[in-house]
Ligand binder design. Structure first.
Ligand code: GAR
Length: 207
């Protein structure tokens, strides 16, 4: 049984896609052990609770400084003995100590075809605003392992989505979610649960 912790900051539609995929038997041999948010108001926490899953918030402002928050966050994660940490719209930079300890066990969903529209400052709606601004005809989503950079880790899955005339960032965001994100993220978890993907550090030897 793969023990999965899902990290969230907002609405949690990707979390919902994971929960639905578990219920539908599309993700097997997997338990969603805990959902953790940095944002006490995240609707994702309600989604988890409705599903009978432990849901908690670790709020950065409750800590004296970033280091104290990072330490508390890592300690919290350790408590659950997770095999996989899924960043599903989690807008906090993962502390270096956590990346080191959980290397190859953290994955992220990003709403573009990496390496386009990714890195510092590209999150949520901003990604789609930038894609429309650039005038790309195709965008999409990427699931990747998390390494010490921002959206730089090894890519697991990608799916392209067409941009249509008259798209607003909101319309495009929804299409990318429906046609790519909500499919790819459950698929990646199922692959990891069944050892169908191995982590290899980019440009280096196997971790
Ligand atoms: C999703 O579109 C996800 O890809 C994005 O935030 C949204 C969260 O929505 N993540 C990033 O931009 C990370 N850089 P959700 O809370 O409804 O799943």
């Amino acid at each position: 049984m793969l023990r999965v912790g899902v990290m969230v900051s907002g609405g949690g539609t990707n979390l919902q896609a994971i929960l639905d995929a578990v219920d539908a038997g599309k993700i097997t041999d997997t338990e969603i052990t805990v959902v953790i948010s940095n944002n006490p108001g995240a609707y994702a926490l309600e989604r988890a609770k409705k599903h009978g899953i432990e849901a908690l918030c670790i709020f950065p402002k409750d800590y004296e400084n970033r280091d104290a928050f990072n330490e508390a966050f890592l300690n919290k994660i350790d408590e659950y003995h997770l095999d996989l940490i899924v960043l599903a719209g989690f807008l906090v930079k993962i502390p270096a100590a956590m990346i080191e300890k959980y290397e190859g066990k953290i994955i992220n969903i990003h709403p573009s075809l990496i390496p386009s529209f990714c890195g510092v400052g590209f999150y949520g709606l901003k990604v789609h605003e930038a894609a429309l601004e650039r005038g790309v005809k195709v965008t999409g989503a990427t699931v990747h392992f998390v390494d010490s950079g921002m959206d730089t880790g090894p890519i697991i899955l990608q799916k392209a989505v067409k941009v249509q005339d008259g798209d607003t960032p909101e319309v495009l965001q929804r299409r990318v979610m429906e046609q790519a994100e909500w499919i790819l993220l459950p698929q990646a978890i199922q692959m990891i649960a069944h050892n169908q993907i191995a982590y290899h550090r980019r440009g280096g030897e196997k971790a």
